[in-house]
Design a protein around this ligand. Structure first.
Ligand code: 3UK
Length: 511
């Protein structure tokens, strides 16, 4: 991939599309009947960019915190910041003042654009960190919208360099202090030119929909940048819990769905209960799963209820988006896919030497995007010898398919056996009593660690010793018996992050 020295990714995705004559194409929809064309989005973004520069004193390189649920104004603000040469620091809607403060401090955020509905926690954080000079609220007639009306609809994009930072994405990692990852204008364009182009292959008439927040790069790409890169449209939902998502798919006749594995499982169950005869939503043609491993049982359930093969893909905030994936024409059970064109991937041993096919080791990737932590000593842990080490244990087969095993630190070692937690979870999920489950290693005097499963039951299945025994026997029948969960605890719900990731460390800490 070659880029000119001067590049502004917002101009590439938005201004150029309008200049090419696509201004009247539908770009963004939202519940309540809102419909923006590309020209509408451009006009809003230009007005906000003018507010940022003329009223708020933004200069190129300033970091602008964005805080909102997925809605059209959040998208307009993202483009406005990037057009003005600022750096978008999008934050998860559920973050509290303490976490927002950490981000403001770490990224030295000077300006913020915030949804009126989420103003409180940000106000608390802003009071503690004076580096943040000015906050404007949108979806508030007295706020940003009033300022926009005063400003012209034209804006001269700041001629940023291809390797100026345009985005600082904070990791939704399941442990530790949040890390900011920096991405350049060219990274955004590279991400659009790799996985979507070679794997997803969307069409200009596609209607994208889904649940991941725009503050999570899975959502930013899947629900904003990738549809725009092909002139398609997107549906932004502030609330996208499974039942609502299912209704929205049907209502908007969406064709490409992005969500996490647990959501696909819940959607499929929901779908089954409603006994709808048409394929889900009727219109849907592709479903993309990422964020954590896709259990074979979930893939099968989705296929059973929709006839569709899910597209799995592993991405990371550090890598911006997906780098190993497959399309709906071919799936291998337990495999995330093959390396996305443009990237290279291999499996390394603990000393950084490549392992032959079939052996489990550390996943290493490199490509046009990669990890650049903002002032963090963990950079040298993630990037070693030019490879990005994602922290995942994988095995590559002889055909170049990558099979997920676990997070490297989620390997359970019991009596000298290496057991990947997801493998045991997969086996449990195949049992009809199991709605959700999580497996961790818990300390054991005799075996070092034992496999323990936390199980959320489906309605109508009473917990108890009998069911424990049944589930244990069930697992022993499908995977090597030494992997069976010696302890099983029934709990009402699993701890998850806002991006749908299981927080195994919380379950471990509870032991
Ligand atoms: C795990 C997966 C197995 C894996 C992300 C798509 O999840 C994203 O970014 P995060 O920084 O987490 C990265 C880590 O999540 N993971 C993600 N997808 C899969 N594990 N199979 C998968 N399909 O441990 C990885 O290292 O939150 C996903 C696009 C953009 C993203 N930021």
């Amino acid at each position: 991939l070659q880029f000119p020295a001067q590049l502004n990714c917002a101009a590439e995705l938005l201004d150029k599309r309008v200049a090419a004559g696509d201004g009247e194409r539908l770009c963004i929809q939202a519940p309540g009947g809102l419909r923006w064309t590309y020209a509408d989005l451009l006009e809003k973004a230009n007005r906000i960019a003018n507010v940022l520069v003329r009223e708020m004193g933004l200069i190129p390189g300033n970091r602008v915190l964005l805080r909102a649920p997925n809605n059209p104004m959040m998208a307009a603000c993202w483009f406005a910041v990037v057009k003005a040469g600022g750096i978008a620091v999008a934050t998860m809607p559920l973050l509290r003042a303490k976490e927002l403060g950490q981000i403001i401090h770490k990224a030295q955020v000077t300006h913020a654009l915030c949804d009126h509905a989420l103003a409180d926690e940000l106000a608390t954080a802003a009071a503690q960190f004076p580096v943040l000079r000015e906050v404007r609220h949108f979806n508030d007639p007295q706020g940003l919208e009033a300022a926009m009306a005063r400003q012209p609809a034209q804006f001269d994009n700041v001629p940023t360099a291809a390797d100026d930072t345009c985005l600082i994405a904070f990791t939704s990692g399941t442990t530790g202090v949040p890390k900011g990852t920096m991405h350049f204008h060219r990274d955004v364009i590279a991400a659009c030119a790799c996985w979507p182009k070679h794997v997803l292959k969307p069409r200009a008439d596609d209607i994208f929909i889904g649940s991941p927040p725009l503050a999570f790069t899975f959502g930013l790409g899947g629900l904003l940048l990738f549809p725009m890169a092909v002139g398609a449209s997107t549906v932004l939902l502030e609330k996208a819990a499974p039942p609502l998502l299912l209704e929205a798919v049907a209502q908007f006749q969406a064709t490409v769905l992005f969500t996490a594995p647990t959501s696909y499982r819940a959607l499929a169950v929901e779908f089954g209960q409603r006994k709808l005869s048409a394929p889900l939503g009727g219109s849907l043609r592709k479903g993309v799963s990422a964020g954590e491993a896709l259990p074979a049982a979930t893939r099968a359930l989705w296929k059973q209820h929709t006839g569709m093969e899910l597209i799995d893909g592993i991405g990371a905030t550090e890598m911006l988006h997906i780098f190993i994936s497959h399309d709906e024409s071919e799936a291998r059970p337990g495999a995330t896919g093959k390396v996305v064109p443009g990237y290279r991937a291999c499996v390394l041993d603990d000393d950084g030497r490549p392992l032959p096919p079939g052996q489990i080791g550390r996943l290493a990737v490199k490509g046009p995007t990669g990890c650049r932590y903002l002032a963090d000593e963990r950079q040298t842990r993630y990037v070693q010898g030019g490879w990005n080490l994602t922290g995942d244990a994988y095995r590559m087969d002889a055909d170049g398919w990558f099979h997920y095993c676990s997070r490297t630190d989620d390997m359970i070692i019991s009596s000298g056996y290496n057991i990947g937690a997801p493998e045991v979870e997969e086996a449990l999920l195949l049992h009809p009593a199991v709605a959700e489950c999580a497996v961790v290693g818990v300390p054991d005097d005799e075996r070092g660690q034992i496999v323990k499963a936390f199980v959320v039951l489906r309605p109508g299945h009473p917990p108890g010793e009998v069911l424990v025994r049944t589930l244990q026997d069930f697992v022993k029948q499908s995977i090597a018996p030494y992997k069976y969960p010696r302890a099983i605890e029934f709990i009402p719900a699993l701890p998850r992050t806002e991006t749908g990731k299981l927080q195994r460390f919380k379950l471990k800490a509870s032991q």
